[in-house]
Design a protein around this ligand. Structure first.
Ligand SMILES: Nc1nc2c(ncn2[C@@H]2O[C@H](COP(=O)(O)OP(=O)(O)O)[C@@H](O)[C@H]2O)c(=O)[nH]1
Ligand SMILES: [Mg+2]
Length: 286
């Protein structure tokens, strides 16, 4: 497969800004996509945050395989007491309270806790749902504090509850672009732009993965009784069933695989996860 090239942009500047802002908070709220917790994280966060308490939010859990999400929660718990995982859906507002509770749990014993609310900052790579989480937590509340006179661009802190304040601007990390397996998974889920030439290949691999891990979903959706030996034959079957034809009557393979991709992204194949703890690498053979 061809390499995907990402331009890291103002990486160093961003890194410095996040580091400075993180100094001002008690808890870091790291947002991950529950379907790909490792691929949607950037390990740089470990350097940026040191041993600061971190709430690991497995967001979009409404789209993920609930059993796999449980495995991820256990995995993150096993990493130590400075990290606490919670599974939420900021879109359906499912389990949002766990974020407030989790920040409290991570702050137990801190000497400032009786005097002031917990201060937290949300970080994560693009498209994991940082803004959705902030909006869901903040509701209609206005940014109230932290705007010092004379400092126009100061980030605002929002009162989420009596005990929790979050910054209204998230820290945006970048995907771990040096690992193309990660890039492919992000592309498959539509989390990075579709300008990649290899999207068809990525989709085919996605289809193979779904056949391997969730065979019944594929069978049901496309009315398939027995899987053929080759993926290309499966795409042909999908194309036939769905009327993806080129003029002359042949199968439009591109249309068929694209239909699968749209179904996958659109939740038509149900909930799924693309990574399991310990099995998060080697999704695509490179
Ligand atoms: N299904 C689902 N979609 C979500 C969830 N959180 C965010 N999204 C969607 O993911 C996309 C990116 O969300 P956004 O908040 O803009 O991500 P950001 O780039 O990290 O700020 C949007 O289309 C959201 O509607 C969630 O918990 N479940
Ligand atoms: Mg955003």
């Amino acid at each position: 497969m061809k390499l995907i090239q990402w331009y890291p942009g103002h990486m160093h500047k961003t890194q410095r800004l996040i580091k400075e802002n993180l100094k001002k908070v008690d808890v870091i709220i790291e947002i991950l996509d529950a379907r790909i917790p490792v691929s949607s994280s950037n390990p740089i966060i470990d350097d940026l945050t040191g041993d600061k308490p971190r709430l690991v939010v497995l967001n979009k859990s409404d789209l993920a395989d609930a059993k796999v999400t449980e495995l991820w929660k256990k995995y993150y718990l096993s990493l130590g007491e400075n990290r606490l995982p919670v599974a939420v859906s900021s879109k359906t507002r499912d389990n949002l309270n766990a974020i407030i509770k989790g920040c409290k749990t991570l702050s137990v014993g801190a000497k400032w806790l009786e005097r002031r609310p917990i201060r937290a900052m949300i970080v994560g790579i693009p498209n994991v749902g940082k803004s959705t989480v902030i909006n869901a937590l903040a509701g209609k509340k206005k940014a109230a504090v932290g705007n010092k006179p004379g400092v126009t661009k100061e980030m605002q802190r929002l009162n989420v509850s009596d005990s929790l304040q979050i910054y209204d601007t998230p820290g945006i990390l970048w995907p771990k672009f040096e690992d193309q397996d990660i890039g492919f998974k992000l592309a498959l889920l539509g989390s990075i732009k579709d300008t990649i030439l290899v999207l068809d290949e990525i989709s085919i691999r996605g289809l193979e993965y779904m056949v391997q891990k969730y065979p019944e979903r594929i069978k049901e959706r496309y009315n398939i009784e027995e899987f053929p030996n080759e993926t290309i034959q499966l795409i042909e079957m999908i194309g036939k069933k769905r009327g993806c034809l080129v003029s002359g009557g042949g199968i439009d393979y591109e249309k068929a695989i694209n239909l699968f991709l749209l179904d996958l992204r659109g939740g038509k194949l149900g909930t799924f996860s693309l990574e399991l703890p310990g099995e998060e690498r080697g999704f695509f053979s490179i």
